[in-house]
Design a protein around this ligand. Structure first.
Ligand code: FAD
Length: 443
């Protein structure tokens, strides 16, 4: 399908910038509708304050700016079947969730009383990491640490979070990119657990770096991008991280607080410093948009029978129609990313496990972000990319529902909102480009 593309291609994606821009112009209204108007996609349930950073303790890293704060949603505004009281019913007084294996063997003792039209999958989602997860799942089990957040009331924008804490997180994120497939499997990256936070050579290296640099702000390039001759999988891993970082920078520059006037708006200098001078970063935003589009298109069949659980059948049908409509529109266009060419070759199994564990670690690093709003959107976006990877690498597009891994509500919400963030980034890029042209014309 690359042969159909006469324009400049986004590396590794086999689609041109122009094609993605045209696609975004067509899709943006329905992506905005889903992420701004549809309850299912505008409320996110997560453990925002309860999880400690499993890698280092950084008491000074907390951002006290008003812009860093998150407004928690009142549960009265949330459909009944999503409230903690309903979720908690299933797991008894301690609100702990039985393991997936227990659920399968003896489901009945854990069943609470659900509303007549409420499917069990509405309130009972496994929160253990499955071997096909690329991201630590948010706890949907009704744990008291979890809160609902309206993503419309807590938009991603400039917060002022910066300095040592933010730098440490970004450095640790890129550190996960240090693949070494020649290393024996036993020494490759393992998912970090709270009890054993640092494992594998990259992790050991990271711990050393973190110990050494604890009180130092580092502004130089964090980790150089992998050379082009490196294998596709490693380049993809880097592009996803760099594209996520670039998209966050795009939003904070586009929705920036002018501290003199007190007004919010685009900051062209911020864009020039962080993005315009680095075309590779912009390319990585386009790359991420391509893989998220492919993941949503691949879910087309699954979404047709997905349980949306608002408690109101008509609302659920309207939600389904919208998201399936989006997936159908994307799928009707030539495919923008071909995941089937990844993870072949003799070390494919080890490489894939390494890739997955590294991304799990990146998602855990979000608990180290010292600004609540940045942590919220960091968690949503790592979960969105993790979900996209799960769909791309673990889903069979043609299989009946039930044959594929479970798609949790938090994963689907994160996937669609991450697509929304990338769509907004492409839009902001167009606007900044116009501003650059206007500035040049005045010179
Ligand atoms: P940083 O953006 O911190 O970058 C550090 C270094 O990384 C740069 O010097 C450069 O060498 C390298 N780098 C930068 N971009 C890329 C890229 N795309 N690819 C590869 N390398 C790169 N701030 C907000 O105002 N709002 C937010 O919503 C927000 N969310 C955040 C979410 C997370 C998960 C984190 C860790 C931080 C967040 N921040 C947010 C902070 C923000 O990302 C910056 O860290 C902060 O503005 C300081 O910027 P900086 O100029 O020091 O460079």
């Amino acid at each position: 399908y690359c042969a159909n593309e006469p324009n400049k291609l986004v590396s590794d994606a086999c689609v041109s910038y122009a094609t993605l821009e045209n696609l975004n112009a067509d899709l943006r209204p329905s992506i905005r509708y889903l992420t701004e108007q549809v309850d299912f996609f505008t409320y996110y349930r997560l453990d925002l304050f309860g999880r400690e950073c499993p890698f280092w303790s950084d008491d000074e890293g907390f951002c006290g700016n008003r812009a860093c704060a998150v407004d928690i949603a009142d549960e009265k505004d949330i459909p009944v079947s999503w409230r903690s009281s309903e979720l908690g019913k299933l797991a008894g007084p301690k609100a702990s969730q039985p393991s997936t294996s227990v659920q399968k063997e003896e489901p009945s003792p854990f069943r609470g009383k659900l509303g007549e039209d409420t499917a069990e999958s509405c309130v009972f989602e496994p929160n253990e990491i499955d071997k096909r997860d690329y991201c630590v799942p948010e706890d949907e089990s009704g744990s008291s640490n979890c809160v609902y957040v309206s993503l419309v009331d807590n938009t991603e924008r400039f917060t002022g979070y910066a300095g040592k804490s933010a730098n440490n997180v970004w450095r640790a994120v890129y550190q996960e990119n240090c693949f070494n497939t020649n290393t024996p499997k036993s020494q490759q990256a393992q998912p970090f657990g709270a009890a054993l936070p640092f494992r594998g050579p990259a992790a050991a290296n990271l711990k050393n770096v973190m110990d050494r640099k604890k009180h130092e702000v580092v502004q130089q390039d964090l980790i150089a991008p992998p050379p082009e001759e490196q294998c596709l999988e490693k380049r993809v891993f880097y592009r996803v991280l760099s594209g996520m970082h670039a998209s966050i920078s795009m939003h904070l520059c586009y929705d920036f607080l002018n501290q003199t006037t007190g007004k919010w708006g685009p900051n062209l200098q911020c864009y020039k410093d962080r993005l315009h001078s680095y075309p590779d970063r912009i390319q990585n935003i386009y790359f991420n948009y391509a893989i998220l589009l492919r993941a949503v298109a691949k879910l087309r069949r699954n979404l047709k029978s997905y349980t949306f659980c608002s408690g109101d059948k008509r609302t659920d049908e309207a939600t389904r129609k919208k998201i399936v409509g989006l997936a159908d529109t994307i799928a009707a266009r030539p495919s923008v990313f071909d995941e089937s060419i990844m993870f072949h070759g003799e070390d494919a199994v080890v490489l894939k496990e390494d890739f997955r564990n590294r991304f799990l670690n990146v998602s855990r690093l979000m608990d180290c972000v010292g600004c609540d709003k940045c942590r919220l959107w960091g968690k949503i976006q790592t979960s969105g990319y993790g979900t996209a990877m799960k769909v791309l690498f673990e889903y069979d597009e043609e299989a009946e529902n039930g044959a594929n891994p479970t798609l949790r509500r938090t994963e689907l919400v994160a996937l669609v909102n991450t697509l929304g963030r990338l769509s907004a980034s492409l839009n902001a890029f167009t606007e900044f480009t116009k501003m650059m042209e206007q500035e040049r014309a005045l010179e």
